[in-house]
Design a protein around this ligand. Structure first.
Ligand SMILES: Nc1ncnc2c1ncn2[C@@H]1O[C@H](COP(=O)(O)OP(=O)(O)OP(=O)(O)O)[C@@H](O)[C@H]1O
Ligand SMILES: [Mg+2]
Length: 521
């Protein structure tokens, strides 16, 4: 301490006015300071509040908190009071060299009369006399900054006690500062983690992870890229296990909404009684057990994408509500009257023939039109046989690694069996078949006997090098009909004309080869 005065006063209470003075006032202030610093959401505002307390109860005319800023700039003012109009205070750390000394040594400095201290030589002679106190922000004997206070000069002031009191305030600030830094480091870590995870997700659902060299899959990929950039509602149709969910995710993670949530709802998995509250949420008291308001998946997907899987399974009441969200972008929570507005891109998927459901009265035609803005048909695996090997190799590599096995390849007879099979369960079934093979395989090659019995009895009616003439002709005929249906956009009569055949024959073959003509509409 550069200069101190001995303690001279002992009065603790001003009995006349009943106001606390001396030690009581200091304790009260310390309590207020600790409460102010407990508010961690805005650290600078807390510091400002601390300086307010010092001004109000402790004669502080001007005050500032400066903290270590880096090697080049040792101290940076983060909060100040009363000094805005004063050049010396607003320019840098008050007390210049003195404050830096406090920071470096961790010991307080008290200047009872500023007019006599050369550091403050630029003060005007007309200024009233003041005292300057600077204390370190001390934690574990290390200073992380300083607290500077300019007090009205009082000859009888006990400077030792004054500096001790401000020293305690300084330590409290140091403590809060440390907590703040930990919180910031934590927040920074979480942000980084989030960025990393999002990058990972984006990579996982990159278009390149959707495998397929067949023309059909190329078309699907082109459509995905087209639609990803837009906000259009997408309907993904295809048999079970064809990769509809994978496509929905790829669209989301390649859209501008990628950093916002992708929320999936499996409509078939939710009972009728639950689906409405799951989708739209509910207000407190909407039904027994609704003890608090709950946001639905629509709200949770705000800014992002809502994926309605198996949309063909939702009941008519929910269909009406969905229609309204699609038309007006708003809905009400269950038991609520206030409309909730959301910004959600909708992707729906189904393996059902929605046209049949419309005919049966279980699906609303107007909802299909709303969903049908952009439809992607995912072809069944049996119609893109060229992808079978590619996918099989991919799954083999991945699953062998997962199960820590060294399997190099699939034998030719096993490949023939994979190619001959009609894959009713599509890509998911193929994945399961390969996983089973990986598990039962004891060498480094997957052989035919590692494949499940269903494949051993495969109906080899489809294209294969060793098939009989009748099977090859049937496969060729089926291809021709499918091509014609594609050109005729699902119109069977037109397809028949293109093939120079009668509608009756074409219809018969469509049934015989189990061709799903509606897919081409
Ligand atoms: N083209 C593809 N490339 C790589 N993996 C694929 C491809 N298509 C599908 N898969 C994989 O096959 C499995 C089934 O795909 P997905 O769950 O997307 O099918 P789905 O059409 O949603 O089926 P369901 O109608 O039964 O729900 C997933 O593990 C998926 O990763
Ligand atoms: Mg699915």
């Amino acid at each position: 301490m550069s200069e101190t005065q001995p303690s001279g006063r002992g009065t603790q209470f001003d009995l006349g006015s009943g106001r606390p003075t001396g030690e009581i006032r200091k304790l009260t202030s310390l309590l207020e300071v600790s409460q102010a610093l407990a508010n961690a959401t805005n650290f600078k505002a807390s510091l400002q509040r601390v300086l307010d307390i010092l001004e109000k109860s402790h004669d502080a005319v001007r005050s500032a908190v400066a903290i270590e800023a880096g090697d080049q700039l040792p101290l940076e003012v983060v909060a100040s009071l009363g000094g805005a109009r004063d050049k010396a205070w607003s320019a840098g750390v008050p007390g210049g060299a003195l404050s830096r000394q406090v920071f470096a040594t961790g010991r307080p400095v008290v200047v009872p009369r500023m007019s006599r201290e050369p550091v403050f030589a630029d003060r005007r002679p007309s200024d009233d006399e003041r005292s300057f106190v600077c204390v370190p922000l001390l934690l574990n004997r290390r200073a992380s900054g300083v607290l500077c206070i300019e007090l009205r000069f009082k000859a009888e002031r006990d400077y030792e006690r004054t500096s001790k009191f401000f020293g305690v305030v300084g330590s409290m600030i140091a403590h809060a500062l440390k907590v703040q830094k930990l919180l910031e480091a934590d927040r920074e870590r979480l942000v980084q983690e989030n960025v990393r995870l999002q990058g990972e997700l984006r990579e996982r659902y990159d278009f390149s992870h959707i495998l397929g060299t067949s023309r059909a899959m190329h078309e699907v990929c082109e459509q995905m890229m087209q639609v990803a950039r837009t906000n259009t509602t997408v309907l993904i149709r295809g048999e079970s296990g064809t990769g509809k969910e994978l496509i929905a995710q790829a669209i989301h993670y390649n859209s501008q909404r990628a950093s916002r949530p992708f929320v999936k709802v499996s409509c078939a998995a939710l009972p009728d009684t639950l689906i409405e509250s799951e989708l739209f949420g509910y207000e407190k008291g909407a039904f027994t057990g609704a003890i608090a308001r709950k946001a639905g998946r629509f709200e949770r997907a705000d800014g992002g994408t809502l994926f309605l899987d198996e949309i063909g399974d939702v009941n008519l009441a929910v269909q009406v509500k969905l229609l309204r969200v699609l038309q007006e972008r708003e809905f009400e929570r269950l038991g609520g009257t206030d409309p909730v507005r959301v910004n959600v891109r909708l992707i729906a998927a189904t393996n059902k023939q929605l046209e049949d459901a419309i005919a049966a009265g279980t699906f609303r035609e107007d909802l299909l039109y709303r969903l049908n803005v952009f439809t992607i048909f995912v072809p069944p695996l049996r119609e893109r046989k060229t992808d079978v090997l590619l996918l099989a190799d991919h799954f083999l590599e991945r699953l062998a690694t997962d199960h820590r096995k060294r399997i190099r390849r699939i034998s030719t007879p096993a490949i023939d069996m994979l190619m001959a099979y009609h894959w009713p369960g599509n890509v998911r079934e193929l994945q399961n078949v390969i996983e089973r093979a990986v598990l039962v395989c004891d060498g480094d090659v997957v052989h035919a006997h590692h494949l499940p019995p269903t494949l051993q009895m495969a109906d080899t009616s489809e294209a294969s090098a060793t098939q009989p003439l009748s099977a090859a002709l049937a496969a060729y005929e089926k291809d021709l009909i499918q091509d014609a249906l594609k050109m005729a956009r699902g119109n069977r009569a037109k397809a028949a004309r293109l093939l120079h055949a009668t509608a009756r024959i074409v219809n018969y073959k469509i049934r015989k080869y189990r061709i799903d003509w509606r897919r081409f509409r």
